[in-house]
Design a protein around this ligand. Structure first.
Ligand code: AMP
Length: 227
């Protein structure tokens, strides 16, 4: 049983690592951005309200995100653990997640922070390609699909996301610095923060995360220690 969350700016590799963990260890990957994009694609009420924020690279308001995530975390498959990718992104979201976990009698094992310099983030985001069907992520230089433009997992044609245009990318990085970076202190204070250099290569980052997950999942929770 593993419950971890991935922190780090857009382009730091959160989605790549979470997809790799899903592929290799079968851990459920819950990406708030993917859930929102599915709402946009299905043209739901939530999707229609969220889309303008997403197109600008701004955060979608907390009240829209919180119901969606609370719903997702209550589903049966999520009771066996997950990797959260892209949520929480504000202090209010982090505090709500904590309350929700407490209600469910669950705990987080680790918050993994992937550190990557800004120039590298810009390079990565501009080469990124995404599968619109299964949300797998590729990169033209560092993680190309076996067949150019085609998803290895499901065979769909890969796309470049609207919000990966350079002006939107710059805004997303600023929004991250103002609204999401404070979460690093929050999770450090909770004793859950693990920092990893996100430039050491996909496989080495993955191995570091796997070590942390193993070590933390084996540690007894405060409740277990008391019994
Ligand atoms: P991502 O794929 O995680 O980069 O998310 C794409 C977009 O979805 C972001 O730029 C935000 O507009 C929105 N989004 C995703 N997750 C959240 C969240 N936890 N809080 C607010 N907005 C979010």
């Amino acid at each position: 049983m593993t419950r971890i969350l991935m922190l780090g700016p857009p382009g730091s590799g959160k989605g790549t690592q979470a997809s790799a963990l899903r592929r290799r260890q079968g851990i459920l990957h819950i990406a708030s951005g993917d859930l929102l994009r599915a709402h946009v694609a299905d043209d739901t009420e939530l999707g229609r309200r969220a889309k303008p924020f997403m197109d600008r690279g701004d955060l979608v308001p907390d009240e829209l995100i919180l119901d969606m995530m609370s719903d997702r975390l209550s589903q049966p498959d999520a009771q066996r653990g997950y990797i959260l990718d892209g949520f929480p992104r504000t202090l209010a979201q982090a505090e709500t997640l904590d309350r929700r976990l407490q209600e469910l009698g669950q705990r987080l094992h680790a918050a993994i922070y992937l550190q990557v310099p800004e120039a590298e983030l810009l390079r990565r985001l501009s080469g990124r390609r995404t599968c619109p069907s299964c949300n797998a992520i590729y990169h033209l230089d560092t993680m190309p699909s076996a067949k150019e433009g085609i998803c290895d997992l499901c065979g769909s044609a890969l796309i470049q996301r609207e919000d990966e245009r350079p002006d939107v990318v710059r805004n997303r990085l600023e929004v991250y610095a103002h609204q999401t970076e404070p979460l690093l202190h929050y999770y450090r204070d909770c004793g859950l923060l693990y920092e990893i250099d996100g430039t050491i290569g996909v496989d080495r980052v993955l191995a570091r995360i796997a070590d942390i997950v193993e070590q933390r999942a084996a540690a007894p929770s405060p409740e277990e220690q008391r019994t």
